[in-house]
Ligand binder design. Structure first.
Ligand SMILES: NC(=O)c1ccc[n+]([C@@H]2O[C@H](COP(=O)([O-])OP(=O)(O)OC[C@H]3O[C@@H](n4cnc5c(N)ncnc54)[C@H](OP(=O)(O)O)[C@@H]3O)[C@@H](O)[C@H]2O)c1
Length: 271
């Protein structure tokens, strides 16, 4: 495992995403991921699986403090009191006394974001939330949110086809973790000739090359999801090879602004 050090905290760079995993399949997948060696779990209030993620965590028998557990507040809960109540409900569902990181899932109207961040800061003082962050925030909104409370992370879409240069530079300035979601680019990596060639060089798949490229960057983590035990294991099997600086740069060169998560009411993205 590679650990990213952010604000003096060591975060396992390769985590397990749980979007679209629900019910017993989610419990089994999370327990299996932890048995394989994943130590970072990503859920959200809107995934409707916090209880199952918590059950998977208990079933695995891994000590709570070994796992970096992340969830996200739904935008409809962004109001004073309501955000805090929603996080308490998340903790009840998860069955854990705290989360390592609680994110605001999407930007919203500025006063609502500020109210939710103030609630999270209060929960942080109470020890229920270790770190506070945002998700899907472009750099201008990160800068404003950072004036309300200390941020730890911005979780955004990031893969070889979307560069996120501005957000990575901002993360270096503010000492933030960047967690890359949708790292597998909707199944399009397998056809990419450079990723295939690098995979052939190291005995890896194009997906493994892309995951390695992500976690080899400073302050970048990623949370691939798989419902399949073989792909779950393969996605974690990226720590026995390293890309050279030239190979890293070549993968960076694949970016062409391709974004898969772009709702109509989304923010004005950096790129
Ligand atoms: N903050 C946000 O707004 C946001 C948005 C999206 C996602 N996320 C988080 O990021 C996590 C990952 O993103 P994602 O789930 O959207 O996409 P992803 O992890 O990039 O891709 C998941 C898809 O790729 C398949 N897959 C997994 N491993 C594979 C492999 N080695 N080779 C080929 N295909 C593979 C999966 O199918 P199988 O399951 O059948 O293997 C699934 O269809 C989510 O689960 C969630 O935790 C956050």
């Amino acid at each position: 495992m590679i650990f990213q050090e952010v604000q003096g905290v060591r975060v396992p760079a390769l985590g397990f995403g749980t979007y679209r995993l629900t019910g017993e399949e989610c419990v089994r997948s999370v327990a299996d991921a932890l048995a394989l060696g994943y130590r970072h779990l990503d859920t959200a209030q809107s995934y409707d699986n916090e209880a199952e993620v918590g059950r998977g965590l208990r079933a695995a028998g891994v000590a709570r403090e070994e796992v970096f557990l992340v969830s996200k507040v739904r935008p409809r809960h962004y109001a004073h009191g309501r955000a805090a109540d929603s996080v308490r409900a998340s903790l009840d569902a998860l069955g854990t006394g705290y989360v390592d990181l609680m994110l605001l899932h999407w930007p919203a109207e500025e006063a609502a974001v500020a109210a939710a961040l103030e609630d999270l800061a209060e929960l942080q003082r109470e020890g229920l939330v270790r770190h506070v962050g945002v998700s899907n925030f472009p750099s201008a909104l990160v800068a404003r949110a950072a004036q309300v409370t200390r941020l730890f992370c911005n979780q955004v879409e990031y893969h070889p086809f979307l560069a996120q240069r501005r957000l990575l530079a901002q993360a270096a300035e503010l000492d933030l973790l960047v967690t890359a979601y949708r790292p597998l680019a909707k199944g399009l990596l397998g056809a990419e000739p450079l990723l295939r060639a690098l995979g052939a060089r190291y005995g890896k798949t194009p997906e493994q090359v892309a995951l390695r490229w992500l976690v080899q960057q400073p302050r970048v983590a990623t949370v691939p999801k798989s419902a399949d035990p073989g792909r779950r294991a393969a996605n974690l099997d990226v720590f026995d090879f390293a890309l050279t600086p030239d190979e890293m740069a070549a993968v960076h060169g694949l970016a062409h602004g391709q974004r898969f998560v772009a709702p109509d009411d989304g923010p004005a993205w950096d790129e």
